[in-house]
Design a protein around this ligand. Sequence first.
Ligand SMILES: [Zn+2]
Length: 307
Amino acid sequence: MRVYTHPACLEHDPGDDHPESPARLRAVLDALDEPRFAMLERFEAPCATREQLERVHDKAYVDGIFASAPAEGYARLDPDTAMSAGSLEAALRATGAACAATDAVLANETRRAFCAARPPGHHATRDQAMGFCLFNSVAVAAAHALAVHDIKRVAIVDFDVHHGNGTQDIFRHDVRVMYASSHQMPLYPGTGAASEHGDGNIINAPLAPGAGSTEFRAVWDRSLLPELELFRPQLLLISAGFDAHARDPLAQLQLATDDYAWITRRLCELADRHADGHVVSMLEGGYDLAALRECTATHVAALAAGA
Ligand SMILES: [Zn+2]
């Protein structure tokens, strides 16, 4: 199993006291430094190319992000999302990690990969930065897989506590991609109702504030995993946010660390049946540093177990 990361991802500074801080990635990298992860193959993430980005983002939007990067201080893109001098390269490396990991699994160089990178991506739409996200890395990776590799069906699964409105927006009329998400509702960004189906390829399972392991496992077992099984994805991409954990300060779901082992095993079993085991997971949210560290370790251990 491979890990893709880059030190530039620590240089994205969204502002003092912002929850999406460089300390998050340091916690994730610390977790992966445990002796039990000595077997992980580590790779430096390349920068995403303009061609990769423009498969899902408008050219004018990509131009705007490149032009917004400040030489110093901050450029504010929305109330929650800002760029510092290091943000452009961080975002390019985060998205480049997703594409390089996708290339590696689809070339059978490895079966599983985890991208330890930031900023996150799943709120970024075709033409809007929002919710701490600049480029939608998981969406860019899915579009890259379909454009460059000989596959016809990609699943994006998203267990971040927030709905991935950007990913849904990008693929809601592209039935080559299934987007399956569990998330808290009501919560930012406000999308993700079960009635949002796209062209039948969007499966949303909203959970009420206070819901925990039982409700989470039930929606995956009864709704999301059966739909994914019918779709038979040839590649599984994971928007791995760990902010549904009970200790997370930004939401009210009550997941335990072991729930991330459970869902990861289920997803790997699905990938083993339909996708030659090919799974690429990328870090999204997770704002309690101790919980983030624990959940990442649990998730990566489960990914590696069957690799
Ligand atoms: Zn989130």
